[in-house]
Design a protein around this ligand. Structure first.
Ligand SMILES: Cc1ncc(COP(=O)(O)O)c(C=O)c1O
Length: 446
């Protein structure tokens, strides 16, 4: 079970066909599909694979649009910032006769070039410690597949990027959530709480800083605490740094900056958010651990190569001037300030100020954020407009948590954010299931 419980891997049985146990598929499934081939079945894994929790409201948004209502999309992390024209031009200018496979680890020229990008952010690695991947998603998958066996456990501070659940199910791994709380702005839970969750099956901790969905930026002391626990218990630290460029209030600390933890760290990276290039599908799996790297290379070889045109974009991106990020970063910061102040000005709403990324989680005076988000699309409009939010329940591994929280992605311009907040403010006033309760004191808002 991916909701903090056990995966199907717990149900390992020996098949009556005598073909041995598959670690993730119960014997009953093997029996029907392998011996007789009479019934086409969906694998156990396919059945328990979770659908994207942030896309389930899409039909309601489509129906609202058909009714002529404008929907402000604060529900998904699709940035609206223009992709740098120079990186698109680099592809336009190529004179390719045959679009070949690249090296499975990615073009050497790109890997050598991206070393200089990493150097700029204080990460010292060499080109042969990098595997270019199809988005950050594939880097996450490689990390799970290379380092974890079916039945192993990974500890992940919740709320977390919901797709980790999917990767865990694909790898037969159990996600053990550790709760971070809105009252502390989603700071890292106390390290003693991690200690309590560690079992002989625990093999890794997954972190994401700055964080999706909370926007929390881990402090140096928190990163050092994670380092110590990984060293003490021989755990991998999978570090998802998709939002590295967008740190507003604090210092960016990469897991790769942690001295003495080099062999434990796997950096899972992507250009999707960095250059507003989600469609390029370009990421990186980075590790100084040679054994892990060699294992990951076998997965990389099995899928042949990362995308060719995207690597041309990636090389051009390294050549962008360093001040390129100043514009997008200032824009996101202004949006964050507006969003957070508008939210906290609404009666009964609390939103801690996130230190990075382009997400915030807010607690609303509602009984059930899934129902409220659906109601916003189905039954509400203000000046023929409404807002689409992501219910936070999908980001928690522990059932029942996040019921009065939503995630907001500030991927719209300031004017649209203002209009979206007008909608939300009005919606909360007229929502029939509004809860009359103030959850936090003003002192927590600073
Ligand atoms: C935290 C985090 N990691 C990884 C990804 C996946 O990125 P990619 O588009 O590069 O596959 C996302 C995408 O939203 C993300 O938010």
């Amino acid at each position: 079970m991916w909701r903090g419980g056990r995966t199907p891997s717990e149900g390992v049985e020996r098949s009556e066909t005598g073909r041995g146990a598959h670690p993730t598929i119960p014997a009953t499934h093997n029996r029907f599909s392998i011996t007789f081939g009479r019934m086409l079945q969906i694998s156990q894994r396919g059945q328990v694979m979770p659908p994207s929790p942030i896309r389930k409201l899409v039909p309601y948004a489509e129906a609202a649009k058909k009714k002529g209502i404008k929907v402000f999309h604060l529900n998904i992390g699709q940035p609206d910032i223009e992709t740098p024209p120079a990186i698109l031009d680099a592809v336009r200018k190529t004179d390719i006769k045959v679009l070949e496979y690249s090296h499975s680890a990615g073009n050497e020229s790109y890997r050598r070039k991206i070393v200089s990008y990493y150097k700029r952010v204080g990460i010292n690695i060499s080109y042969d410690q990098i595997i270019i991947t199809t988005g950050g998603s594939e880097a996450i998958m490689f990390a799970f597949f290379c380092c974890l066996d079916p039945g192993d456990e990974v500890i992940i501070p919740e709320p977390f990027y919901a797709n980790y659940n999917g990767f865990a199910v694909a790898a037969g791994v159990n996600v053990i959530p550790i709760t971070s709380h809105i009252e502390t702005g989603f700071a890292l839970p106390p390290i003693e709480d991690f200690e309590k969750l560690i079992t002989p099956k625990t093999k890794a901790i997954v972190i994401c800083s700055p964080n999706n969905p909370t926007g929390y930026l881990y402090k140096r002391s928190e990163m050092e605490a994670l380092k110590q626990i990984c060293l003490d218990h021989d755990l991998y630290l999978f570090s998802d740094e998709a939002y590295r460029e967008f740190c507003y209030d604090g210092e960016y600390i990469s897991a790769m900056h942690l001295q003495g933890l080099e062999q434990n760290v796997i950096l899972m990276d992507t250009i999707s958010k960095r250059y507003s290039a989600c469609g390029a599908r370009l990421g990186a799996f980075v590790t100084k651990n040679k054994t892990v790297y060699d294992a990951a290379m076998k997965f990389a070889q099995a899928r042949l190569s990362p995308p060719g045109l995207a690597q041309i974009m990636g090389e051009a991106a390294v050549d962008l001037p360093e001040h390129y990020f100043d514009g997008p970063k200032a824009e996101y910061m202004a949006r964050r300030n507006l969003l957070v102040s508008r939210l906290n000005a609404m009666p009964g709403v609390f939103c801690p100020r996130p230190g990075g990324a382009f997400y915030a989680i807010a607690r609303l005076p509602v009984d059930d954020s899934d129902k409220f988000c659906q109601w916003l699309l189905e039954s509400f409009s203000y000046k023929d407009q409404t807002v689409m939010l992501a219910p936070a329940t999908g980001f928690y591994g522990t059932k029942g948590l996040g019921k009065n929280e939503v995630r907001l992605a500030y991927v719209l311009n300031l004017q649209s954010i203002n209009a979206a907040m007008d909608c939300l403010e009005n919606a909360l006033q007229s929502y029939p299931q509004r809860v009359q309760k103030n959850y936090v004191s003003d002192s927590l808002l600073s």
